[in-house]
Design a protein around this ligand. Sequence first.
Ligand code: COA
Length: 162
Amino acid sequence: MSPRHATAIHYRLASPDDALAIGRLARRVTRRWILPEQPASAAAALLYGMSARVIRKKILAGQRFHLAWQEDGRLAGVAAMRDDCHLFQFFVSTRMHGRGIARQLWRRAMRDAVRRAGTRRFTLNASAMAVPVYRCFGFVDSGLPTVSQSGLVTQPMQLERH
Ligand SMILES: CC(C)(COP(=O)(O)OP(=O)(O)OC[C@H]1O[C@@H](n2cnc3c(N)ncnc32)[C@H](O)[C@@H]1OP(=O)(O)O)[C@@H](O)C(=O)NCCC(=O)NCCS
């Protein structure tokens, strides 16, 4: 069996009790892949949104966190959707990259939003690293790169379902 398929992955929606594991994964992957390409000023606000407390509140408020779990109980990935149309967190554990986990998470998050709200247009603000991945999913640039108040640079993208 190739390493790509060696680990079975289970997918499910998050409950508030998952907030700690989600926050740990999100902050770890963000430090490794996103912060090095951003100005230092962007780190605090970005990481704050990934604290367990904030994530727990978001889950309780009805935002949809789709999770990918390894067989041994470790969290492998998360895709979080706001208002059934805006993907605002998307992380896969570094050692699990390139195995199709993001593709599966996106498929589940999109189907869930379409089922719940009939969503036709999805939006997100992409890190530089993730832009080619989102293009594989059918997203296109929806404007020039934007800079947040804290200095975070992202590429706005959208996907229209026809
Ligand atoms: C972006 C990220 C979630 C992708 O996770 P992943 O599980 O490795 O992605 P997958 O293996 O499911 O690949 C998804 C698709 O993107 C393609 N892809 C992956 N990396 C790519 C790259 N560097 N360049 C081009 N295409 C790429 C794959 O071929 C696949 O396409 P396919 O389904 O048509 O075959 C992961 O790299 C990550 O966590 N990055 C750091 C955090 C980050 O930047 N998150 C986005 C915040 S906006």
